[in-house]
Design a protein around this ligand. Structure first.
Ligand SMILES: *Cc1c(COP(=O)(O)O)cnc(C)c1O
Length: 397
């Protein structure tokens, strides 16, 4: 049989209890209330942190652009040129990130592959937090650069690795700002100072921080920690708090021009469609001018995190006092069973398992959104308390 050797892939995943399946998500018009495989649930695991994916202002901008300019990007930008909406969006992004210039990419995953493949080459050295997003790891691998991974957030380890690298080699320090599975983040002042001391460039992935951190523009953690000018490349996405799709790189004019020469994931792909660009531009304006969604998210975090910690403590579990909307609940051996019990009770919380996270750190991962109501989250806490009573501490399933 032609596919016999692939079948073992499925059998092995099945045998280890790690087979991934796609579920049907329906009735999504009133997110976070959706139907998942026929069961009505409150979605607590998506990245629409500000609820903008359903904001009528974004939908209207997208619809109007589609009606006026059509649905397709038609050609790569190198071949077909950049329309005025994309040019204006890139100018707005440079202002947003406090940089000289920005370049829009098709998606965050694609941007990271394209940026790293363009800027790093064999002979270069990449210094990466061990828990960096898969797209950063894949990009470094694709570039052929040597990759040194330091322990999560351990900047002394980073310093030691940098010191051991050849003095003359080109070096990049590459990190998520908010980590997607932990909800924590590095001390960027120290990270940038260490990088500068060793003559290394810095690239930050702000996917989970865009729109959420920074007092003036809410562009991300580089702004919040005041390191914008020490960062060589900021990467961000429109797909999370900005409620849309697509991604961007931002930095010096020269570095963006290099990406236009060499970033294959930019050169050999079609421009984003007008509707997507229009929604991105609208979202960028909204996060800088309408404080309501972020204030709602902050208010939710302020009451919910302590209440969650109290519920967890009764079962001998805990979660960090997260300032980010990502809340991991580490519960080795129990994540899957808890997730299933919560699903039956009407709450969709992802169980994150290896290889996405290291073995022994299986977790529930909650993502809070401005769109969650008090009732949604109160109900969740009750369901969690129930589920934990039925799965006592130490139960290994
Ligand atoms: C989600 C994510 C990406 C990928 O972005 P997409 O726009 O969804 O492709 C990249 N980096 C990090 C840290 C992410 O969390």
């Amino acid at each position: 049989m032609r596919y016999a050797d692939y079948r073992t892939v499925l059998q092995e995943a099945e045998a280890r209890g790690l087979r991934r399946r796609l579920r049907a998500a329906d009735d999504t018009a009133h997110w976070p209330h959706v139907t998942l495989d026929g069961q009505p649930v409150v979605d607590l695991c998506s990245n629409d942190y500000l609820g903008l994916a359903q904001d009528p202002r974004l939908a209207q901008a997208a619809a109007q652009a589609a009606q006026t300019f059509g649905t397709g990007g038609r050609a790569s930008r190198l071949v077909g040129g950049s329309d005025v909406a994309t040019r204006v969006l890139e100018e707005a992004l440079a202002h947003f990130t406090g940089t000289e210039a920005a370049l829009v990419f098709a998606s965050g995953y694609q941007a990271n592959l394209a940026i790293l493949q363009a800027l790093l080459a064999p002979g270069d050295w990449a210094f990466c937090d061990r828990l960096n997003h898969a797209s950063l790891n894949d990009g470094v691998r694709l570039s052929g650069a040597r990759c040194k991974r330091y322990a999560h957030l351990d900047l002394e380890h980073l310093d030691r690795l940098l010191r051991a690298a050849p003095h003359t080699a080109r070096k990049w320090v590459i990190s998520d700002t908010v980590f997607s599975m932990e909800g924590d983040y590095p001390d960027l002042n120290r990270l940038c100072a260490i990088a500068r001391h060793h003559g290394a460039c810095v690239m930050l992935d702000e996917a989970h921080a865009n729109g959420l951190f920074g007092e003036a523009r809410h562009s991300g953690l580089a702004e919040a920690q005041g390191v914008t000018s020490a960062v060589d490349l900021q990467m961000g996405t429109f797909s999370k708090a900005l409620g849309g799709f697509g991604a961007f790189a931002a930095g010096s004019r020269e570095l963006m021009a290099v990406l236009v020469q060499r970033a294959r994931g930019f050169l050999y792909t079609t421009a984003l469609p007008p509707s997507v660009i229009a929604a991105a531009y609208e979202a960028l304006g909204l996060v800088q001018s309408d404080p309501t969604p972020l204030a709602r998210l902050r208010a939710t975090q302020a009451w919910f995190i302590p209440a969650l910690q109290q519920t967890l403590a009764q079962a001998g579990l805990s979660c960090p006092s997260s300032h980010t909307p990502i809340v991991p609940i580490i519960c080795p051996g129990r994540a899957q069973a808890l997730s299933q019990a919560l699903y039956r009770a009407g709450y969709h919380v992802g169980a994150i398992r290896p290889p996405t996270v290291p073995a022994g750190t299986e977790r529930l991962r909650l993502c809070l959104s401005a769109a969650h109501t008090h009732a949604d989250l109160r109900g969740f806490l009750e369901a969690l308390a129930q589920a934990l009573t039925h799965l006592p501490t130490g139960a290994v399933l």
